[in-house]
Structures are given as C-alpha cells and as structure tokens.
Design a protein around this ligand. Sequence first.
Ligand SMILES: [Zn+2]
Length: 273
Amino acid sequence: MEQSIEKKLNNLLKLQIIDSNIFDIKKVRGALPEEVQDLEDELIGYNTRLDKYNEKITNLNQDIDDLKNKVSEAKKLIKKYKDQQMNVRNNREFDAISKEIELQELDSKLFIKKSGENEIKIEAIKVDIKSTKKIIKETTVVLKAKKNDLNLLSAESQGEEDKLLKEKIKAAKRIESSLLLGYEKLVERQRNGLAVVKVKRSACGGCFNIVPPQRQTEIKEKKKIILCEYCGRILADVIAEEIPTKTPVKRTKRTSMKVTKKVTKKVTKKASK
Ligand SMILES: [Zn+2]
C-alpha cells in the first residue's frame, strides 16, 4: 500500500500545519515553562547546598566532641602522672614524668585550640545557611508566581492543545514511520518548528534562500521528496507566483481612462440630443 509522493507530501503538510498551531500555543506560553523548570532546579541546588552545610556542621561538632574527650583524657593522665610524681624514687623518674605531663598539657592546649577553630567555622557556616535560606525563600516566592501565571495560561490553551494533539496523532498515522521520524527530527532542529514548507516567491519558506527554477519545477512535479539545500527542510510545494503589484496600478489607470471616455461620450450624446 505504497503512497504516492504527492500523497506523502500532502500528509506531511497537514501534520506540519497542526504542529505549527501547537507551536504557536506554546509560544504564547513563552519562556514560562522553562523559567519554572530553571527555578525548580535552582531550588534543588540550594537545598543540596543546605544539606551539605548541615552535614559539615555535624562533622565539625563530632570533631569538637572528640577533641573534648581527648582533653579530658589528657587531664586524667596529667592527674595520674602528678600522683605518680609523689612516689618517685629518684630525680630521673621525676623528670621523666614531668616531661609526660608537659606533653599532655601541650596536646591539651592544641585540642582546645582546634576545638575553638571548629566553633568559628560553624559560626561562618551558620551565616551561609542563613543567606541560603533567604535565597530559597525569595526564589520560592518567584516560583510560585510564575507557576500561577503558567497554570492560568495553560488552562486557557489546554483544551485547544489537547484537540490539536489528537489531530496530530491521527495525521501522523497516515505517514510511514521512517518519514515521520525524519520529519520529527527536522522539526526539533528548527527554531520556528517548521520542517515542511512551500516555496514562496522563489524562496524556501523556511530559510528564505532562493530555490532555482529547475528545482521549483521538480518540486511541483512531486515525483520525489526534495529538501532545501540550505536548511534541509522538506519543500512540499510551490505557491503560485503572485501577480506583480505594478500591473494592477496600470489597469486602474486604464479603467479610469475608459470611464472618463464613457462619461465624455454620454455627455456628448446628451449634448447632441
Ligand atoms: Zn531552506
């Protein structure tokens, strides 16, 4: 049940008209769907950032706890060493223990210093959290407004779009799958959503580059599917050349001259009577 090329081109043109209507509806909605999507993505990003901040704070607090434990262990050791110092048998033993105590005291100071640094880091992160939360709040407000706008616009055009989508499914069924696939790919590539165009005033209806007369003849014959050599769109037909605008002007002049003559004749007739 092979279709003729002419039939194929006509079916493609019908599908293109439906798609162009859908395209126009989407254009009215404009950049809103994308803007909503971008804002939603942004919010996900900010929330991930918040999670990471909180994770950092948890880790820093964990470190602080560990350091505090180390400090209290060091203090215990110091106390133990000091007790031992009471019972030393000679100076050498006393000095050795003194060194241990000194070491533990140094470690202890280091742990306290690190702990303090962690506290400062946590405070800095809390500032970041606050500003991120503020951004989230503001973004959420903008998102809500845009979503509202989009819902309103969608509600207005949804019925029309649904109808067109149903028509599209019907129209697409009349086109063989490989050709349909090629068409869909072509539509996606075009910024104006046009994949099937007619030649108008000797130019491609998609990119407006000149189509040579020989090609126009081939397109009109509809024996094969011809693509625009510049933009790759399917050239489905040639719109008949419009009559140059100069001619009607001449005609009106002539007509008015005739009218004048007639009037003059009438006048002359009347005069002769
Ligand atoms: Zn073109």
